[in-house]
Design a protein around this ligand. Structure first.
Ligand SMILES: Cc1cc2nc3c(=O)[nH]c(=O)nc-3n(C[C@H](O)[C@H](O)[C@H](O)COP(=O)(O)O)c2cc1C
Length: 324
């Protein structure tokens, strides 16, 4: 399959693995890139320029295919060393950066000067247009279904993707709720030129997370995610568990008076507990509704090969079969 996304990033299949905290390590990114997609290392999981440089070097040992680095801009009391992280990305020879969370305009001149392609994750058409205007090469359009931060507009991909197609000139991938060949073909039909998957990639053999996380995704249905932190305008879609239930009780009790400090126990430092220790009741961790479409734990290569061969069958057999 050849699209503007495969051409832009020099990849075989139009499938991207979005940055994921404590999941987007070298094992994950290299497995996706080796299978012909675009793997992405999550910059903030490493935290410091030195650790990020080491993780990129580790990934370069594991694949000779292109892979990217995600840089997420989050409100933070002690912000990470963004200039140092960006310089490390450039010095390491990375050619793709996925930005998310806030407008990346400040960083584009240095990334562009280093010939790095930038794909910005957006949850709305207006942010996508802004990304295009400031010079991003592509956008990842993240619908309300997505795991992680869906923004505050609550527009699902059935509307968001064709709206993006109507407005954008730069290519975009569909993100949020993407799981299989049906997702890919539907996204292409709606105007995207590829898809970005988060949650689905966690339930793979190579994902460097505790087995409990993978089993939780296979067990979960499409009804098992919840939106938290809405009153803080930092909405996150997470997998339901007793820690999340506690968080939601606090939200209900405190209403608009809720402050971040009230829920620190349920949202801060949760990722290592979940992803490393497999403590599935610890608290809020991002998970998409797409969990309902996850039935197995294949290797990344099996997953991507299956998507591409079934997409071919959908396009050439099923859809062609409808011709009158
Ligand atoms: C466990 C997890 C952690 C995530 N961490 C990040 C992150 O650190 N930065 C980011 O930009 N997106 C993050 N995301 C969002 C994904 O990159 C992707 O946009 C999203 O998962 C797409 O929706 P899906 O889960 O329905 O495929 C995360 C998602 C998950 C499931």
């Amino acid at each position: 399959m050849k699209t503007r996304i495969t051409e832009l990033f020099g990849i075989e299949h139009p499938i991207i693995q979005g940055g994921m905290h404590f999941v987007g390590l070298a094992e994950m990114a290299s497995a996706v890139s080796n299978a012909g997609g675009l793997g992405i290392i999550t910059g903030l999981t490493q935290g410091t320029p030195e650790k990020l440089a080491a993780e990129i070097a580790r990934c370069q040992q594991m694949t000779d295919k292109p892979f990217g680095v995600n840089v997420t801009f989050l409100p933070s009391v002690t912000p990470p060393d963004y200039p140092g992280l960006m310089q490390t990305i450039i010095d390491s020879g990375i050619k793709v950066v996925e930005t998310a969370g806030n407008n990346p305009a400040e960083w584009l001149p240095m990334l562009k000067a280093a010939d790095i392609k930038v794909i910005h994750k957006c949850t709305s058409v207006r942010h996508s247009l802004k990304a295009q205007k400031i010079g991003c090469d592509a956008v990842s359009v993240d619908g309300f279904e997505c795991g992680g931060h869906p923004g505050e507009d609550d527009v699902t991909n059935y509307i968001l993707l064709p709206r993006a197609a109507d407005e954008l000139d730069i290519p975009f991938v569909a993100s949020g709720g993407q799981a299989d060949a049906r997702s890919l073909v539907a996204s292409l039909a709606l105007g995207a030129e590829g898809m970005n998957m988060g949650t689905r990639f966690i339930a793979t053999k190579e994902a460097p997370v505790h087995e409990n996380v993978k089993q939780a995704l296979v067990a979960a249905s499409e009804l098992d995610t919840r939106l938290v932190m809405r009153s803080l305008r930092n909405t996150e879609r997470v997998l339901m568990n007793p820690g999340v239930e506690r968080l939601m009780e606090k939200e209900k009790a405190l209403g608009d008076a809720l402050k971040f400090e009230d829920i620190v126990e349920e949202v801060a430092g949760i990722y290592p507990k979940i992803m490393v220790d497999g403590e599935m009741e610890a608290g809020a961790w991002s998970c998409g509704m797409v969990a309902g479409l996850i039935y197995d734990i294949p290797s990344v290569d099996e997953l991507i090969s299956r998507i591409m061969s079934e997409a071919d069958a959908i396009i050439n057999d099923r859809l062609r079969g409808f011709a009158a």
